[in-house]
Ligand binder design. Structure first.
Ligand SMILES: CC(C)(COP(=O)(O)OP(=O)(O)OC[C@H]1O[C@@H](n2cnc3c(N)ncnc32)[C@H](O)[C@@H]1OP(=O)(O)O)[C@@H](O)C(=O)NCCC(=O)NCCS
Length: 177
């Protein structure tokens, strides 16, 4: 029988999951356009309730986190990763749904941002109502763009005068009723 993977928001007190999360992201970053993050940085996300985890028993098999920018005008979803042997089985979609729910609860009026080159992320974003936009529709907060510095394409992208190698996608909040 196939073991059930639990996907949910990370809880304060689960900061130990930051280490396997950083490892999963770092391993993927060699082949995919995903920016590595330190264990301390990811532990802070877990502590703040801004992370989603996929757990097979006690083992972390998927992760993602969110961040707010410009006083909550924008929320980015980042670091989405699933262990390679478990990809294509909807764990990414389930993690993304958790990120959407927890970030929407904290910032209901925020524009959700997802910058990606991943076909899987683009597919799930489109299915969730995100649309592809230009860089002028996402945050100008330099702290967000500083986060690109650990991406494997950073030097080449900046050398070509581009802001980022990814395609920006956004989901706007429902109009206030
Ligand atoms: C991105 C990632 C987390 C997706 O996780 P996953 O569990 O494989 O994704 P899912 O099975 O939930 O599939 C999500 C969607 O992508 C589609 N999809 C999956 N793999 C795909 C592929 N290789 N090409 C195109 N579409 C794909 C699925 O059909 C699904 O579409 P739907 O939501 O409309 O049904 C995973 O591929 C990964 O860890 N990639 C490496 C790290 C990375 O690039 N992260 C993204 C950084 S922005």
């Amino acid at each position: 029988m196939k073991a059930e993977v639990e996907v949910r928001a990370a809880r304060s007190g689960e900061e130990h999951l930051a280490e396997p999360a950083a490892a999963l992201i770092a391993e993927s970053a060699a082949e995919h356009d995903i920016a590595p993050r330190s264990v301390e940085w990811l532990a802070a996300k877990i502590r703040a309730g801004k992370a989603a985890v996929a757990l097979l028993g006690d083992e972390l098999v998927g992760f993602g986190y969110w961040s707010e920018w410009e006083d909550g005008a924008f929320v980015s979803h980042s670091g989405l990763v699933v262990r390679p042997d478990l990809r294509g089985d909807k764990l990414g979609r389930r993690l993304k749904t958790v990120l959407m729910e927890s970030s929407r609860a904290a910032y209901p009026r925020a524009i959700l941002m997802s910058l990606t080159t991943s076909e899987a992320v683009k597919a799930m974003n489109l299915a969730l109502g995100f649309k592809v936009v230009g860089f002028d529709r996402v945050t100008t907060d330099e702290a967000f763009w500083d986060g690109c510095k650990t991406c494997r394409n950073y030097e080449e992208t900046r050398r070509r005068g581009l802001r980022c190698c990814c395609e920006p996608m956004i989901l706007e909040p429902e109009p206030a009723g």
